[in-house]
Write a protein that binds this ligand. Structure first.
Ligand code: NAP
Length: 279
C-alpha cells in the first residue's frame, strides 16, 4: 500500500516508519513539509500524493501547553484533523487517527470501553475530541485509535524523565492518584500495522496490557533499571500542573479483542525491553 504519514517526525511517527517501511511505500511528512492546519495545502498535497491510506500521528501533544495555547491546540488537534479527513474524503481513502485516553473524565472504577460516555477535562482532551468528531462527521472509512501514556526511543517521555532525574536525585515525588496504562510506541505501531490490513473501521482502544499509577510505574522502572531512588507518592493536587488529568483512564481494548486481534503484551514486559535498549 501507499501510506501517507502526517507527523512522521514524532515519537510514534518514528516507530510507524520502522514497522511499515519494509512492506509499504511511505510518503513521510512533518510539520514543515505538511502543516496539517493549512487547509488548502493539505488538500492539494494529499490529493496529489494519492495514498491508499493516511495515518495521522501529528498533534499538539503538550498537555500543559494546550491550557496556555488553546487556539493552537484546537487548530492542530481539531481543524488539522478535519483538513486531513476532507482530503481523505476527496480520495475515498481511509484515515487512521491517533487519539487519547484524555477524552474521558477519569471518574470510573472500571476500564473505559470505546462507547463509554466521553467528557474531557483538559483543553488537550477537548481538542483531541474535536478531531474525533470531525472524522466521524466527514468519513465512513476511519480507524480512531485511542491510546495512552506513550513512551518510545524518539521522544520525551515519563520513563526517560524518571531515569534522568534519578541521576542527581535520591528522592523523587510521583503522582499516585492517576492510573492508566503505559504504552510502548513500537507495540502500538505494530498494532496499527495490523489494523490497516483490515477494513474493520471504527474506534479502537489500543494500549499495552495491565495498568498502574505513575508512582507504581516509576518504582517499576527503577527496579528494572536497578537504580536506587526513593519514590515518594503525592496526589495530583499536591503536584500542581496547569492541565487537570483524569484519575483513572485505563482503556479496555474491547473492540480490538472482539475483532480477533491479539492483546498487546503487558506494560511490564515492554518497559523491560525499552530500558534494555536505552541503557
Ligand atoms: N504522548 C502520549 O503520551 C500520548 C498519549 C495518548 C495519545 N497520544 C497521541 O498519539 C499521537 C502521537 O503522539 P506522540 O507522542 O508521537 O507525539 P509527538 O512526539 O509530540 O509528535 C507529534 C508530531 O506532530 C507534529 N506536528 C505538530 N503540529 C503539526 C502541524 N501543524 N502539522 C503537522 N505536524 C505537526 C510535530 O512536529 P514538530 O515536532 O515539527 O512540531 C511532531 O513531530 C498524537 O496524536 C497524540 O495526541 C499521545
Amino acid at each position: 500500500m501507499k501510506i501517507l504519514i502526517a507527523g512522521s517526525n514524532g515519537m510514534l511517527g518514528h516507530d510507524l516508519i520502522d514497522v511499515l517501511k519494509n512492506k509499504h511505500e511511505l510518503i513521510l511528512t512533518n510539520s514543515k513539509t505538511l502543516d496539517i492546519t493549512n487547509k488548502g495545502n493539505v488538500l492539494d498535497f494529499v490529493v496529489d500524493a494519492n495514498p491508499d491510506i493516511v495515518i495521522n500521528s501529528a498533534a499538539y501533544t503538550d498537555v500543559d501547553g494546550c491550557e496556555e495555547n488553546p487556539d493552537l491546540a484546537y487548530d492542530v488537534n481539531g481543524e488539522g484533523v478535519k483538513n486531513l479527513a476532507l482530503a481523505c474524503k476527496e480520495l475515498d481513502c481511509p484515515l487512521v487517527h491517533i487519539s487519547t485516553d484524555y477524552i474521558f473524565n477519569g471518574e470510573s472504577d472500571r476500564p473505559w470501553v470505546e462507547d463509554d460516555e466521553i467528557g474531557p477535562i483538559s483543553v488537550y482532551g477537548k481538542s483531541k475530541l474535536k478531531g474525533e468528531e470531525y472524522i466521524q462527521e466527514i468519513l465512513d472509512k476511519y480507524f480512531i485509535v485511542r491510546t495512552a501514556w506513550l513512551y518510545g526511543i524518539n521522544g520525551r517521555n515519563f520513563p526517560k524523565t524518571m531515569l534522568e532525574l534519578a541521576q542527581n536525585h535520591s528522592e523523587i515525588t510521583v503522582v499516585y492518584d492517576e492510573v492508566g496504562t503505559p504504552t510502548y510506541t513500537p507495540d502500538l505501531a505494530y498494532g496499527i500495522s495490523q489494523l490497516i490490513e483490515s477494513d474493520a473501521y471504527g474506534i479502537y482502544h489500543l494500549t499495552n496490557s495491565g495498568s498502574c499509577s505513575w508512582c507504581e510505574f516509576a518504582r517499576y522502572i527503577f527496579e528494572v533499571a536497578d537504580v536506587d531512588v526513593k519514590v515518594i507518592p503525592v496526589t495530583a493536587s499536591e503536584f500542581a500542573r496547569p492541565a487537570p488529568r483524569p484519575h483513572y483512564s485505563v482503556l479496555e481494548n474491547k473492540n480490538w479483542i472482539d475483532k480477533g486481534f491479539k492483546p498487546l503484551r503487558s506494560y511490564k514486559e515492554a518497559i523491560k525491553e525499552y530500558i534494555e535498549l536505552i541503557k
